[in-house]
Design a binder for this molecule. Structure first.
Ligand SMILES: *Cc1c(COP(=O)(O)O)cnc(C)c1O
Length: 295
């Protein structure tokens, strides 16, 4: 099976009064359009992981995630598309929700695991698949050097240069890949990482472990809105306004926080007149289904 997806990820400009007044050109890279399910950075992260699995003659993908994990869903859909079997090891007691429904629909088998055992993923893999020669371990969120390699390719698709590039961070793999891409192409763009966790300073170590060369970048730790998956009425009303104004769907866990940060920093005169800014839409909009009650 040829493991490839033709990448359709156009860059769209976001026009509004604020950016106009500040003389900022803000655009968004639509990685959410790469695939309806294997969306955004999840496809970029999986690409070289799946090629490695294939090169090692592995036919069964085993990966990990919470019950709302975009990575689990992307892996389920990619496995179905490219002819792998897939198992998702899910943190916490057995539940059903829209994400897991879609995982199962794509043929993924689920194993629910208590939160204690979940911490040691290598041990879990050994326990369930230790003597299964077909099984291939993929870390939670696709965090890996191979994952970062796929994300670095985003930079090769850009038709122009930018002063700032913004991206939301969970494991930091996507951020690391994009920074590596910026370096490889000797671009002067400053990278802006927006961690979606509380106390996001730790994200620096997570990003740095996949960098191919030490690099400075901005870490904006003040946009977690209470922590992972947490929201505030302010964040929700920003998201509603953004979607209604642009027709571009975003969600509260990742892209909503990243874009809120970009808009807030613009308002606080963080950028220079004439700056060109690129936000990465890293996909994940199915996550909205689990958050309807917040809106
Ligand atoms: C998983 C995810 C991220 C985080 O990517 P990392 O590489 O883990 O930092 C960002 N945005 C969306 C929409 C995601 O689903």
């Amino acid at each position: 099976m040829d493991i490839n997806l033709e990448i359709f990820s156009p860059v769209h400009q976001i026009k509004n009064k604020l950016f106009n007044e500040l003389d900022l050109k803000v655009s968004i890279k639509r990685d959410d359009l790469i695939h309806p399910i294997i969306s955004g950075n999840k496809w970029r992260k999986l690409k070289y992981i799946l090629l490695k699995a294939q090169a090692e003659n592995k036919t069964h993908l085993v990966t990990f995630g919470g019950a709302y994990s975009n990575h689990l869903l992307a892996t389920a859909a990619a496995a179905a598309k490219f002819g792998f079997k897939a198992t998702g090891i899910v943190r916490g007691e057995a539940v059903n929700n829209d994400t897991l429904f879609l995982c199962k629909l794509h043929g993924m088998e689920l194993i629910f695991t208590d939160r204690d055992s979940y911490r040691d993923k290598t041990a879990l893999f050994e326990k369930h698949f230790g003597n299964n020669a077909d099984a291939f371990f993929i870390d939670e969120g696709g965090a890996s050097a191979n994952g970062a390699q796929g994300c670095s390719e985003l930079i090769t698709e850009l038709g122009e240069t930018y002063d700032h590039i913004f991206c939301a961070c969970g494991t930091g793999t996507t951020a690391a890949g994009i920074i590596n891409g910026i370096n490889e192409h000797q671009l002067s763009a400053q990278f802006n990482a927006v961690p979606v966790f509380k106390n996001g300073e730790f994200m620096k170590d997570e990003i740095d472990r996949f960098l191919t060369a030490p690099t400075d970048y901005h870490l904006h730790t003040g946009y977690h809105f209470g922590g992972y998956g947490k929201t505030t009425p302010e964040l929700i009303s920003f998201i509603k306004q953004f979607v209604a104004d642009t027709g571009i769907l975003i969600e509260p866990v990742y892209t909503g926080k990243m874009l809120y940060a970009l808009f807030d920093l613009a308002q606080k005169n963080h950028f220079k007149p004439g700056d060109k800014i690129l936000a990465i839409h890293s996909g994940g909009i199915w996550g909205l289904l689990g958050m309807k009650d917040k809106f």
